[in-house]
Design a protein around this ligand. Structure first.
Ligand code: ZN
Length: 289
């Protein structure tokens, strides 16, 4: 994965001298994340991080929707098929909850925490829906620019678990809204996200690229050491509040839920969840504006 030409699920772009842009390029699958895409995003972020010319990194997505979450057809991929493991934990092929814990610790929690701690500013631009695992390509990054049609949701409680695997909901939207979004599965709109402090700016869809690039270029004029230390200082403020410990605690419960569902339902999630989410989405579409 040495050259941007090797990427098939994403594109690696240099829209200006000091800015790299990583674009999710599976619009036909609503940018659902399979393992190959996650390792390619990680490789692209490494490439941008190790390029001293790059001072700011944009994460964007093709198509009407940012990401519909995990690609649930991709359970056949094995860790190591698409890149070297990043967590160094091993045990990925072990049977039962031990192996499944290791797998999700690598491709979800491990990637998200790694990306959250990259030493360069990251800006994510979101249009359309970001659902469940889709939020795991949004929340690890530093600044969030949303188009007016953006919606953010985590309906995973319907599948018998606490939420998706990078559990920062309470930090992102506040503890009361976090409970509402989890308990109901309802979406948070771009404007609600801005009121809650999750979204930095809401812009018309046709200005999403230009607004985000202009901010990245402004950031990229600043010295890398100032940017790096500012980011570390904010992140460490959250760490001092116990963010990493809380994320790990929620991840442990997430895997207790997977183990429970495996015993009770014979699969890692409650199979009734998909129909419940689909029927509630239909009700919402029928709601008066
Ligand atoms: Zn999971």
């Amino acid at each position: 994965m040495d050259s941007p030409a090797d990427f098939t699920e994403i594109r690696y772009e240099r829209p200006s001298e000091r800015v790299a842009r990583i674009v999710l390029a599976r619009a036909d699958k609503r940018n659902a994340q399979d393992m190959k895409m996650l390792y390619q995003i990680n490789a692209a972020l490494d490439r941008a991080t190790q390029d001293d010319e790059v001072r700011a990194i944009i994460i964007a997505a093709d198509g009407p929707h940012f990401s519909s979450g995990h690609d649930l057809t991709d359970f056949g991929s094995k860790i190591g098929d698409h890149g070297a493991p990043v967590t160094g934990r091993g045990g990925f092929a072990l049977p039962g909850p031990e192996g499944y814990f290791s797998r999700e610790e690598e491709i979800y929690l491990g990637f998200c925490w790694r990306w959250r701690n990259l030493p360069k500013p990251t800006i994510v631009q979101v249009q359309g829906k970001a659902i469940a695992g889709g939020l795991m390509l949004v929340w690890p990054f530093d600044i969030l620019i949303a188009s007016e049609d953006a919606e953010f949701s985590d309906p995973v409680v319907a599948f018998g678990a606490n939420g998706h695997e990078f559990f920062v909901h309470a930090w992102e939207v506040g503890h009361r809204k976090a409970k509402e979004m989890l308990f109901t599965g309802d979406s948070i709109t771009a404007r609600e996200g801005k009121e809650l402090g999750m979204v930095n700016h809401v812009v018309p869809k046709d200005q999403l690229d230009s607004f985000t690039l202009a901010m990245a270029e402004k950031i990229a004029l600043r010295p890398s050491i100032g940017l790096k230390f500012a980011k570390m200082s904010v992140n460490q403020s959250l760490d001092a509040q116990g963010m990493w410990t809380a994320i790990q605690s929620a991840f442990n419960l997430h895997h207790l839920a997977h183990a429970h569902n495996s015993v009770v339902h014979g699969q890692v999630v409650d199979p009734a969840g998909a129909a419940m989410v689909r029927s509630q989405a239909k009700v919402r579409r029928a709601d008066p504006p």
